[in-house]
Design a protein around this ligand. Structure first.
Ligand SMILES: [Zn+2]
Length: 79
């Protein structure tokens, strides 16, 4: 499938993914996207990632280059 759409970047750098694209790819609110930059292209991929410590896949964040959930980040910050 090739889909082309034009979207403006807003004043804080956000781009809205068209609803039909989100539905086609099963993307939902708070899903994680992987962003790869390859020359002049930005490649967005639905990330099926999980926390490196506990294996959970909700509230994930990037922490020192690793995917970690919010509660594990809190535990790390409290040690
Ligand atoms: Zn975790």
């Amino acid at each position: 499938m090739v889909y082309t759409s034009y979207k403006k970047i807003d004043d804080v750098g956000r781009v809205v993914l068209p609803k039909d694209v989100r539905e086609k790819l099963g993307l939902r609110i708070n899903d994680m996207l992987k962003i790869d930059v390859e020359n002049d292209r930005i490649i967005l991929t639905k990330a099926v990632d999980s926390c490196v410590f506990c294996g959970k896949s909700d509230k994930l964040k990037e922490y020192m280059g690793k995917t970690v959930c919010e509660s594990c980040i809190n535990k790390l910050n409290n040690t």
